[in-house]
Design a protein around this ligand. Structure first.
Ligand code: NDP
Length: 257
């Protein structure tokens, strides 16, 4: 796989799966635009990318829940890097809560971050992707395909991303723009801590994941990154669109216990 001459925009590149994806694409010689809010983390990831690749990434500090930030992100990528070939919609967050406990504010926050931002960024990117015959990879979740109690807003948001992936894939296929998603299982990142899990609970949760994932372990960001690069690649996935690819150690196939 080689992304020489390709411009790849990754949201949520300052941590976890997005950071691992940035480094993965840097190794494949991509020209990168990295989006996040945490400047120090973005600088660190950009430096890691420069170490393994040869091109200095463009850093874009932006909050994907803000319309004006998303407009600036797409405009700056095209202005500074000349085009856009791949959009990786990865930025996202989780939150626990059921139909009885989730407030409307929490629901709106999850949908704004995980769904509305993806809709807007993709919409803004489409004219440029049509020009480059590029593609989109959305980072969904096994929670988009399977149902888990007490993570309601998040599950709903990722199911929306799966449907968004298939619908936009059909809409853009006549224009030779592909749209796919990856659906990770539990991946070791800051995600669960950011969602409010304390260290002890997180440790127990990871232990339990040995049973809930068929492969008997949780995943690493680099394993999701490899799947994202596969779907984004012209030589690997040129005839693949509308796919939601599980990268979850078989979690989606297991019976709930
Ligand atoms: P992390 O918490 O490690 O990373 C989340 C990333 O999203 C950070 O870079 C963060 O950037 C960014 N982000 C969050 N909100 C915003 C915002 N409003 N504006 C800009 N950037 C934002 O988690 P993961 O790497 O695990 O999560 C990445 C994706 O993977 C998410 O969509 C998540 O739903 C999905 N996923 C994760 C799984 C897991 O087990 N880890 C499983 C399945 C799916 P910053 O802090 O700089 O704002």
């Amino acid at each position: 796989m080689d992304f020489s001459g390709k411009v790849v925009l990754i949201t949520g590149a300052s941590s976890g799966i997005g950071a691992a994806t940035a480094v993965y694409f840097a190794k494949l010689n991509a020209t990168l635009a990295l989006v996040g809010r945490n400047v120090a983390n973005l600088n660190q990831v950009a430096s890691d990318c420069e170490t393994v690749g040869s091109i200095k990434p463009l850093i874009l500090v932006a909050d994907v829940t803000k319309e004006e930030d998303n407009e600036r992100v797409i405009a700056e990528v095209v202005e500074k890097l000349g085009k856009l070939d791949v959009l990786v919609n990865n930025a996202g967050k989780g939150a626990s809560g059921s139909i009885e406990t989730t407030t409307m504010e929490q629901y709106d926050d999850i949908m704004r971050t995980n769904v509305r931002s993806v809709f807007q960024l993709t919409k803004l990117a489409v004219p440029h992707l049509i020009r480059s015959k590029g593609n989109v990879v959305n980072v969904s979740s096994v929670a988009g395909q399977r149902s888990f109690p007490n993570f309601l807003a998040y599950c709903v948001s990722k199911a929306a991303i799966d449907q968004f992936t298939r619908c936009t894939a059909l809409e853009l296929a006549p224009k030779q723009v592909r749209v796919n998603a990856v659906n990770p299982g539990v991946i070791v990142t800051n995600f669960h801590r950011e969602a409010g899990m304390d260290e002890d609970t997180y440790k127990l949760y990871l232990k339990r994941c040995e049973e809930t994932h068929a492969l008997g372990r949780v995943g690493q960001g680099s394993e999701v990154a490899a799947a994202i690069a596969f779907l984004a690649g012209e030589n690997t996935a040129s005839f693949t669109t509308g796919v939601c690819l599980c990268v979850d150690g078989g979690k989606h196939a297991m019976c709930p216990r």
